[in-house]
Structures are given as structure tokens and as C-alpha cells.
Design a protein around this ligand. Structure first.
Ligand SMILES: [Zn+2]
Length: 1041
């Protein structure tokens, strides 16, 4: 469950498709200081980071040592009996399990010295149709409750809180409502709203029409206009299933577990959603959101007794126990014969050629998720089988290079009652389906017969152990997400945290029985008839078929309507419109005050030292025995052509091998000694004046302290001795890279649209689009078509000789105080070995363009719109004002108009540190209407000046503080200074200016920056063909097909 940080707080990814590893497509780089989003790595080439707490078995006795615990086993606290207390040393946490005696509601509290507190209410929700009932209920619960009868308090609270996460998600068999915040007052505020929302929602009919589905006149003012289906979830799911990855994942789930709730689409099938009636939803809530069917999670430093008291007083004491076995999910009955299913998808015009745009997955059902040690071992075995160039599936299935690499379903999935192992390929020919199946079978037989290289197994275990020590600022959320499925099936989530025990148990079993994994392969892989082969091919008529089915559905409904009913629909449309436009009484919602947020969070200090003429940033910080090392090389001196190949080089460089180690050996060493060596390209504008920018490559790695010498020597090996002469290997990596960047463009469509708009503003923006945007995909496709492999090898080899120049380098080390001297010692040895040649140009000038517009035509039924204009960069005094303004415009104008009234899933405005102010929409049924709304921001603000009052100003500031004050991992402290040279003092000044922005400042900024059309702006649409674009917008458009 990877949350896209760009969606956080703006668009809520409320629905999660199981199996999907959520594309972490962040090839762009809108800089938000204090956001570590630039660290998202491009997966595919490297081993997947193992999950934090994989499953294990449940027969471990309670380990009650002599420690003094805050709450005692057996004692009652506000009607909750404390049932179980355990200390888990590897995570330095204490787990308390409470149960409310009257209702049986379980509350799991994790006491840990971490200020990022988490709270969540989870329900087991098992739909038995595909009307999207649990999903629509999830939306509706957040549309106002007994104590807070405010429409969408959730969205409203986004601006009244400093939450680090606020979300709700519908899984295949659960619905969860989590939030996290570092502020205690905020925690209590949100807790009250969340509890009231889930236990006492209003579930109003008008909200059902808005969020679920409704039949309505296309133009609500014209009762003779044709009737169409509208609704937030209806549109959301149409958008979701416009992405082939979603279609594939959803079908895999439905078909491998067909006997029970998993055969249905919990998010809702657009053609089934209109079968849902409001009363079904009310009944579903009564049954499934009963306290006896709820699980409550809390995590952090706060006092759980206050939570227990609140629950007891307000929500639970008048309820009684019900038997919740109605929501239990039984084990899937095993098949006696393997099954094959073929499905169709939309033709993705940005993807591979039509003959290669097929996908296949072979899935095997594994064990019960509550069998935690077994599940843990199968997880490790899966990694051994599929990850990296030393795994058998990679060698046999990926290296022959007949596909575009693994697809997003590949891996071990433990999100359902029965777990599953999946291997999937993307971008292959129909003719190769058979080949894939044969290789799959052969690989299983070979692995069963010959076993694995012990070092390869060890590298997988090492990575797992390292990831346990790696500190994440969102530990509490990760723990929740990784425990949700197991908990949902009454699994032992506490024992599941003892990962080190599981690892040692597994090590012991392997050492006692050399054939341990081979026997598992025989049992679960070779002799397993519960096996699904799912294939998918594009159908050019896919969209037409859907449209036809949708039309038929509408016709059927319309046929039943008489004059009176038609009139009712027309009136209902007007009524809903009024309801949506009515000002809601947000005053009853709690809100933080200025005093609650005045103090900035304190981060450890870092300082700069010059070592062998390399500027080095040192940060002593508790890192749990891990040393983090980053270095940056300024490559602004490269030619334009060379620069364009840098994203590719960064992606594949550590997978090529070196003069001393072939790529298998090199990969093994990296995994045995480090957490990976990752390179990433950054385009960094001057935050002072936006007159110039630089291009940098950043290398990022970390290792356990005792592996630090190896970490440096491996990095040195990569920098000095990387080889691009294996043309077969290179060809495969490049083709997989192109497949990887070409799939799932729509899922991050708003980011691509913003890049497309920015590329019309200035040459640095244009380059960004060529390095991270849709233009990069086109460039890469053309490049491989027009260049021979020999030439490519030469070009890449030539470029890397220019990149790793000590004279263009900076370094950064974050580690514990006691280990720092050793780390520096090893770093100095590393520096001595680096090549130093002439210092090259370190920056380039930025040139601005005349305004223009462009569209990327995509074969999807929704749009992603963006407008970008140049204002002022980060260090300019107006930047904080504009940032507050962006939040205000999002909350008061863009969300109400583009989301609530016009039916887009999301919309917003933001300013990045380079001074580009962007508007965007997400899964939007409109395009021109939305761009017009962007253009009319000034007029709207002029005629609605009353919305700019003290409260809305403060809320907008809180929105900015959510980003500025978000927690940061120890390994990333000082990253803003390292990358952008924004010092702690700059940051503090910036934060103070945010706090002191006044209404007059806002009015001044509105006049200055939006009063007249900007000199430098661009617009961009990602979406279907629109022949009227130029006519209706009265502007010239560049159309990219
Ligand atoms: Zn949703």
C-alpha cells in the first residue's frame, strides 16, 4: 500500500486494488522542501525491498519478561480488559491488546517512542456483489455525522489539522480509516471526527447521489438534455478501470479466489454500481460497521487511556455484542485442475506496439495468511525465486528478453485469507504465452531438483534484516498496513512482529535440512493444482463496447421513467446542485490554533567539512546502527544529447556489472552488504532567482555499520569500473526500462500533465519533460529505434567516464555519533580512489518561452488537465504567500468546483520551489471547462473575496505546515541543504513567513500574479481526442498523438 505523496492531502487514494504494488511513478521532480518524494526509486531492476513485517506462525507463547509495563494484563480500563502485553525488542515497542467486554471490540495499542501518532478504525467488509457497496459507504461515512453534520468533514479537516496522513481505503475484504499526526491536540480532534464518522454517519440520500451514482440531465439546467449517469465513485471507478494494470490485478484476484467475497469488485464495477440502492447501503453499515466487527489501532507516544475513555463514554457502552461470524471468510477450496482465463484490455497508445501489448500471470495459491511462520518462509522463498539476476525466474524468464519484464502483480501477496505467489510478464506477444508457461514449469522443476546458491538466499535474508533496522518516519502507518490483512482474519499480529525470531527459525531449518526450500517448492509449486494462468490482450473496440454497455444501461433505466419521474430527476439534479453550493457550517469542526503549531519541529544539526577538496555534509543522528551515504555529481557540463540518456543510465548502471565482477556477482555483493546502490537524476533550479539551473546525479546507499568498508568499496567499484560492453544484457535492460516507463502513465496523469504544461514555460521545464515526462517515453522509443546496440554501448560508456568526477562532487554522511569517525575514515579512503579531472560547467541559463498549449492524446475516457505559470522562486519573499494562496485556492475554489460540482476525482494548485505555480485536475470528465476554471481564478477570487477570512487563511497555512513539518527519516536529515542549498536558517525564515502571511499579503499576491495574464504560461491536457479544442479555447494547440 504505497501512498503517492503527491496525492496525499489532495486526492485521496481511497481505493486500493489488491495485488498491485502501486506504481511508484515519480519520474518528475516538483520540489517540495521537506518532502522526501524524490527518493522514490524506480523499481524493476533492483530487488524489491521486503515488507517490514512479513507473516509468521502463531504458536509463540506470550513473552512476559520482568519489565514494568504501563498497563497490566487482566486489569480493566474503561470497560476494556487488557488481555495481552508484550515487548518487541527489535522495534523498541510494547504491544497492548485491549478488548471491550460488552462488544468484543479489540483495540491494539503500540506504545513506542515516536511522535508520529497513528489511529485507525478497521472493519471486515465482505461484499457479495460488485456494486461497490463498501467503497461507496467509505465515501459516504465521510460526508457528515451526528456530531459533525458537515459535508465532507474529511476534506474540510485536511485544512484544519497538521495530519501526516488522513485517508480511508477499501480493500477486497476490509475498509480502514487511518490517520497520523505529530500533534496531540490534532490527534484528539481527528479521533473524535473519525469515530463519529464511522459509528454515526448521516448517510444522507443526497450524499449518496453525489458520491455513489445518479441519473441526471447532462445539463442540469436543461430538463430536455439527455440523461447520463454521474457520481464520484462511479467516475472514480471508470477512471480506475481505464488503467490496464487495474483491470489485470482485479481480474487476477476475482479469478483465483472465486468462491467467496473475492470474486466481486469491492471498489465497484461501473456497470454494476447503478444497481445499488441507498437502503442497501444503510443496512450494510448497520451490519458491518458494528463495534463487534471493528478493530481499532493506535500507535505512538500518546496516552491510550484517553482513547479508551472516549470509546467507552461515547460509542460503545450502549452497544451489545453481536456474533460477527457473518463477515468471516472461509478458506478457498483447492482446485483439482489448473485454470486458464483470458481477458481484454484497452489499447494503450503510449504503451508497446499492439502486437506486444499482452500480459500474462501465473498465480499459485499458497497457505492460510494466519499461518504466519509458513507465510513468512514462503515470502522469503518467493523473493529467492524472482528477485534480481541471481534468481531462477529472472534468469530463465526475464533474461531471454521476450517480454518487457515482470508486471506489477509479480511477488508474494498476503493481502487475502489465502496467500498467493504470482509471476507476471508485460509487453509480450501472444505467441509467447506458451513459452512463458513452459519456462515457468521448467524453472519450478529445476529449482526443486537443484536448490539455490546459499549466498543468494543469504542476500535475501540480509536485506530483510537491514530493512528491519532502517528507520522510517512512517513506521506506525507501515505497521498498520502490513498487519491489516492478517488482523482482519484474526491472525496473531503481535507474534507477527517478531521478525528476527522468524528469520532465525528459518535459518535453523535451512541449516538442519539442506533440502528445506526444495521440499517447499515441491509442496506449494510443483504439486499445486490451484493455479491460475491469466492472460490479457488489447481490444481496439474496448472503449466502444464499454460505452455501448453504459448506454444500454441508461436506456433500460430511462425506459421505465414516466413524465413525473423525469421531472423528479430534473428537480433532484437542481436540488443536489443547490446542496453542493450551499455553504456548509464548518465552524463546528475542531481546529488547531496558531499556538499549537508555532514551534517548528527540531531536527538534528548538520555541518559542512571540506575533505580532500570535496564538500561533505556530516550529520550525527541516531540511525539504529546504519550508516547512510549520499553523493552528488554535477553534470551540467554534459551535452543536451548526453543529458537525455542520464535517466536511463541511472536506472540500469548498477545492474550492468564491472570489470572485476560480472553483473550477477555484483548484484549479490550489493545485496549482501548494502541496502542497494541507487542513482537518480535531479534538475535543480536556482531558488534565488530562477535564472539558472544545474543537473546532478545523486547516488544513495546505506549499510549496517560493520559493512561500511564494503559499502564504500562497492560504490567505488561502480563509479570506476562499470562496464557497458555486454550488449545483450544492455538491450534487455533498456527494453525493460522502456516498458516500465510506458505503463501506467494515466495513474500519475496529473503529474505528467503538469510537466507537459511546465515544458511550455521555459527551457528548463522543457528539459524536465524530456527527462521525466511523456516526452521522455517518446525520446527513449525513438532512440532505440534509430541507434544500434554497438553505438548505444559506446555512447553510455563514454558518458559515464564524464560523470563521476571528484571535482564536481559533494558528499553527505548520516550516522550515529559513535560511529562517525570510522565512517569518515572509510569515506576518506574512498575519496582517494576517485578520479579527478577538470571541473566542468556547473550551471545553465534558463530562457522563458511565449505562452502555448499542448495535448498528449491518450486512449482513456478521462482527462488530466494542467496549467503552469511562472511566478517567483523559493527564496523570494512572495513565495510563502503564493504557497498559502495555492492551498486556499485548492480548498475554497478548485475542490468545490472541479471535484464536487464537475465530478473530477481531484483538483488542486501548488507552487514548486522553482516558482512554477501549477493547477491540475485528476480523472476529470472535462477538459476545456476545467482549463477555463483555472483561467478564471482571478475573477472568482475578486467576486468571492469574503472567502478570504482569518479562518481560511489559517487553514491554508496549516495545509502548508503539514508539508513543512512532516517527519523525516534519520538518513534524510539535511537533504534540502544537500540538494538545493536551502539551509536550516532559510527554512526557518521561510516557515516564519508562512506563519505571518496576512490577508493583505494574499490580496496583493492575487493582484500581482493573477491580475493580468502571465507572460510565461503553458497548458496541457492528457486525454482523449477533442476536435473542438482550438475552436472552444480560441487558442492554438500542439497535439501529440
Ligand atoms: Zn473512492
Amino acid at each position: 500500500m504505497v501512498m503517492n505523496p503527491f496525492l496525499e492531502g489532495v486526492m485521496l487514494s481511497r481505493w486500493k486494488v489488491l495485488w498491485s504494488l502501486h506504481n511508484q511513478v515519480l519520474r518528475n521532480q516538483f520540489i517540495n522542501f521537506k518532502s522526501v518524494s524524490t527518493y522514490k526509486d524506480i523499481p524493476g531492476v533492483h530487488a524489491k525491498e521486503p515488507k517490514l513485517s512479513p507473516q509468521q506462525f502463531g504458536c509463540i507463547p506470550h513473552v512476559n519478561d520482568k519489565r514494568k509495563y504501563k498497563y497490566e494484563e487482566g486489569k480493566i480500563y474503561h470497560g476494556f480488559q487488557c488481555e495481552r502485553v508484550e515487548h518487541i525488542s527489535e522495534f523498541e515497542l510494547t504491544s497492548y491488546t485491549f478488548r471491550y467486554e460488552r462488544t468484543g471490540t479489540e483495540l491494539w495499542h503500540i506504545d513506542r517512542n515516536d511522535s508520529n501518532n497513528v489511529f485507525s478504525i478497521n472493519f471486515r467488509t465482505t461484499p457479495f456483489n460488485s456494486t461497490g457497496l463498501p467503497h461507496i459507504l467509505e465515501h459516504l461515512s465521510l460526508c457528515g455525522s451526528q456530531k459533525y453534520p458537515v459535508r465532507d468533514p474529511f476534506f474540510k479537516m485536511l485544512n484544519r489539522s497538521v495530519a501526516t496522513l488522513m485517508n480511508a481505503m477499501t480493500g477486497p475484504d476490509y475498509t480502514i480509516y487511518p490517520f497520523s499526526t505529530m500533534n496531540e491536540i490534532d490527534f484528539r480532534n481527528l479521533q473524535r471526527i473519525y469515530l463519529d464518522a464511522v459509528f454515526r454517519p448521516n448517510l444522507a440520500f443526497l450524499d449518496f447521489l453525489q458520491e455513489g451514482w445518479r441519473l441526471e440531465n447532462k445539463d442540469i439546467m436543461d430538463k430536455n438534455s439527455k440523461l447520463v449517469i454521474k457520481g464520484v465513485v462511479y467516475n472514480e471507478m471508470k477512471g480506475a478501470f481505464s488503467e490496464n494494470a487495474q483491470i489485470f490485478s482485479q481480474n487476477l484476484l476475482n479469478n483465483i479466489l472465486p468462491d467467496h467475497t473475492y470474486r466481486y469488485v469491492s471498489g465497484g464495477n461501473p456497470l454494476e454500481i447503478p444497481k445499488l440502492a441507498h437502503k442497501d447501503l444503510v443496512e450494510f453499515h448497520k451490519k458491518y460497521y458494528h463495534p463487534s466487527n471493528a478493530r481499532i489501532y493506535s500507535y505512538g507516544l500518546h496516552d491510550p487511556i484517553k482513547t479508551l475513555a472516549l470509546l467507552d463514554n461515547e460509542y460503545l457502552s450502549d452497544q451489545s455484542w453481536v456474533d460477527n461470524s457473518y463477515s468471516l471468510i472461509r478458506q478457498q477450496e483447492r482446485w483439482t485442475q489448473p485454470r486458464f482465463v483470458h481477458i481484454s484490455s484497452r489499447l494503450d497508445n503510449m504503451g508497446a506496439t499492439i502486437d506486444r501489448q499482452n500480459q500474462i500471470a501465473i498465480a499459485l495459491l499458497m497457505c492460510d495468511v494466519t499461518n504466519i511462520q509458513e507465510s513468512f518462509e514462503l515470502h522469503v522463498l518467493s523473493e529467492v525465486l524472482i528477485r534480481g539476476p541471481n534468481s531462477p525466474f529472472y534468469k530463465n524468464l526475464i533474461e531471454p528478453n521476450f517480454s518487457g519484464g515482470y508486471n506489477q502483480t509479480t511477488g508474494y501477496s498476503s493481502d487475502t485469507k489465502d496467500t498467493a505467489f504470482v509471476v507476471g510478464l508485460q509487453d509480450l506477444r501472444v505467441d509467447d504465452f506458451k513459452k512463458c508457461i513452459e519456462i515457468f514449469d521448467k524453472t519450478i522443476v529445476d529449482s526443486m531438483n537443484s536448490g539455490f546458491d546459499s549466498q543468494h538466499v543469504e542476500s535475501v535474508l540480509h536485506n530483510l534484516e537491514l530493512s528491519l533496522k532502517h528507520q522510517s518516519p512512517h513506521f506506525g502507518n507501515t505497521l498498520l498496513f502490513n498487519s491489516t490483512a492478517l488482523w482482519n482474519h484474526d491472525g496473531d499480529v503481535v507474534s507477527n512482529l517478531r521478525v528476527s525470531d522468524m528469520i532465525s527459525r528459518l535459518r535453523e531449518r535451512i541449516s538442519q535440512n539442506k533440502n528445506y526450500f526444495q521440499e517447499k517448492i515441491e509442496e506449494y509449486f510443483a504439486n499445486n493444482n490451484h493455479r491460475l494462468t491469466l492472460t490479457m490482450s488489447p481490444d481496439e473496440a474496448y472503449e466502444d463496447k464499454f460505452k455501448k454497455a453504459e448506454l444500454e444501461l441508461i436506456e433500460q433505466k430511462v425506459k421505465l421513467l414516466d413524465e413525473a419521474k423525469l421531472k423528479k430527476i430534473y428537480k433532484s439534479g437542481l436540488k443536489l446542485d443547490l446542496y453542493q453550493k450551499a455553504k456548509s457550517n464548518t465552524d463546528i469542526l475542531p481546529c488547531l490554533t496558531m499556538n499549537d503549531v508555532r514551534d517548528p519541529p527540531k531536527w538534528p544539526k548538520y555541518f559542512i567539512q571540506n575533505m580532500q577538496n570535496v564538500r561533505t555534509q556530516i550529520c550525527k543522528v541516531p540511525t539504529n546502527e546504519i550508516t547512510y551515504f549520499k553523493c552528488i555529481f554535477n553534470i551540467s557540463g554534459l551535452s543536451h544529447k548526453e543529458t537525455q540518456l542520464m535517466p536511463l543510465i541511472c536506472n540500469i548502471i548498477s545492474a550492468m556489472g564491472t570489470t572485476n565482477y560480472n553483473y550477477r556477482e555484483f548484484d549479490k555483493r550489493i545485496l549482501l552488504k548494502t541496502g542497494g546502490i541507487d542513482l537518480k537524476l535531479h534538475l535543480i533550479e536556482d531558488v534565488n532567482d530562477s535564472k539558472s539551473y544545474s543537473l546532478c546525479v545523486m547516488m544513495n546507499t546505506h549499510a549496517l555499520n560493520n559493512n561500511v568498508p564494503d559499502m564504500f568499496s562497492l560504490t567505488q567499484e561502480l563509479f570506476k569500473n562499470v562496464k557497458f560492453d555486454d550488449s545483450e544484457r544492455l538491450k534487455m535492460l533498456i527494453e525493460n526500462y522502456i516498458s516500465y516507463i510506458s505503463v501506467g502513465v494515466a495513474s500519475s496523469g496529473h503529474l505528467y500533465a503538469m510537466l507537459g504544461a511546465t515544458s511550455q514555460v521555459c527551457d528548463a521545464g522543457k528539459l524536465k519533460s524530456l527527462l521525466y515526462g511523456v516526452d521522455h517515453i517518446d525520446f527513449m522509443k525513438n532512440f532505440v529505434k534509430s541507434t544500434s546496440m554497438v553505438e548505444i554501448c559506446d555512447k553510455l560508456s563514454d558518458i559515464v567516464t564524464k560523470v563521476f568526477n571528484k571535482n564536481n562532487m559533494r558528499g553527505a554522511i548520516n550516522t550515529t555519533q559513535s560511529y562517525m569517525p570510522s565512517a569518515i575514515h572509510n569515506y576518506e579512503i574512498f575519496l582517494e580512489t576517485l578520479s579527478a579531472f577538470e571541473k566542468t560547467k556547473t550551471s545553465r541559463n534558463i530562457n522563458f518561452f511565449e505562452p502555448s498549449c499542448q495535448q498528449y492524446v491518450m486512449n482513456i475516457p478521462v482527462n488530466y488537465c494542467a496549467k503552469a505559470l511562472f511566478t517567483v522562486p523559493y527564496l523570494h519573499q512572495d513565495h510563502p504567500t503564493l504557497r498559502v494562496l495555492a492551498k486556499l485556492v485548492t480548498a475554497k475554489y478548485l475542490l468545490p468546483v472541479i471535484r464536487e460540482q464537475n465530478g473530477a476525482y481531484g483538483a488542486g494548485a501548488k507552487i514548486s520551489s522553482d516558482g512554477i505555480f501549477s493547477f491540475y485536475s485528476y480523472r476529470d470528465p472535462h477538459s476545456i471547462k476545467t482549463l477555463t476554471a483555472f483561467d478564471e481564478t482571478y475573477e472568482w477570487l475578486q467576486s468571492n473575496q469574503n472567502v478570504i477570512d482569518q479562518q481560511s487563511l489559517f487553514e491554508a497555512k496549516l495545509g502548508v505546515l503539514q508539508q513543512l513539518d512532516s517527519p523525516i527519516a534519520p538518513g534524510n536529515i539535511g537533504i534540502d541543504y544537500f540538494l538545493y542549498e536551502v539551509s536550516q536558517e532559510d527554512f526557518d525564515r521561510y516557515r516564519n513567513r508562512i506563519l505571518s502571511v496576512t490577508i493583505n499579503d494574499l490580496l496583493g499576491a492575487i493582484e500581482n500574479y493573477f491580475g493580468k495574464e502571465s507572460m510565461h504560461y503553458g497548458k496541457c491536457i492528457l486525454g482523449p481526442v477533442n476536435k473542438n479544442l482550438e475552436f472552444e479555447t480560441n487558442q492554438k494547440w500542439i497535439i501529440n498523438i
